[in-house]
Design a protein around this ligand. Sequence first.
Ligand SMILES: [Zn+2]
Length: 284
Amino acid sequence: MPELPFIQVLTENLDRGVRERTIARVRLHSPSLLKTFEPPLPAIQGRRIRGVRRIAKLVIVDLEGDLSLVLHLMRHGRVQIGPPRARGKDLALGVVLDDGREVRVVELGPKKRASVYVLETSGMAEVEPIAGLGTDPLDPGFTAERLGAMLAGEAVQLKRFLTLQRYVTGIGNAYSDEILWEAPLSPFVRADRLKPAEVRTLHAAIAATMRRALEEHRRHFAAELPTREPLELLRVHRHGGEPCPRCGTPIAEVAYAEKETYYCPACQTGGKVYADRRMSRLLK
Ligand SMILES: [Zn+2]
């Protein structure tokens, strides 16, 4: 699933491409995409785009007259911009601009999970999918003290803690691995058992990893809208079996709750290699 750096670059580049344009017409190709009914989708037609920004992993298109179009791309949703397209199995939503170009939401893959919301901008923070979201790791308000308070109440493994959007937003399966490798900390320790020094280490790793990833994504995609997470920008996630960039030990991979976790046994878990639970289930 696209995470903070990918979505941030997407919103920055989309903003440059569509700001101050007016929406000429909108076409919903995949009815299940739309999660709100009031205000209705056609209400976005005829409105000028004030700008595009990111909240957590959401793409927010602000329109004049207190309306916002909110896109949650989930795993396979992508945004494209180009000449209008009439059909295609992947086509979910088409927004044609006054200059003739079309901003499209497409969704690859068999399961359609992406969603679109039309919300009043002023009341947006109180409703789905924005209500209940935690702090952005790039926000100056995200301090080690705040993180310590968040961790204290959660008896879940650290990897899972990082991906729960109610504490820190924008981090998913890939960047939680990158952050814990950077720290280095074990993905499997309980969040509420971290010592104060480890909380500071984790906070610094979150900030450093997300800032560096964002800079790398900006360089990689330049003015393009991102379509694919570049594997070469990840150090350990999806690099199982390859040498740890820090110590050379092969990166281990374990599946937990349908998610793959990648870690360095030497740097992060004191030499311990965890059994793949999918495999142990199969072997029973
Ligand atoms: Zn290592």
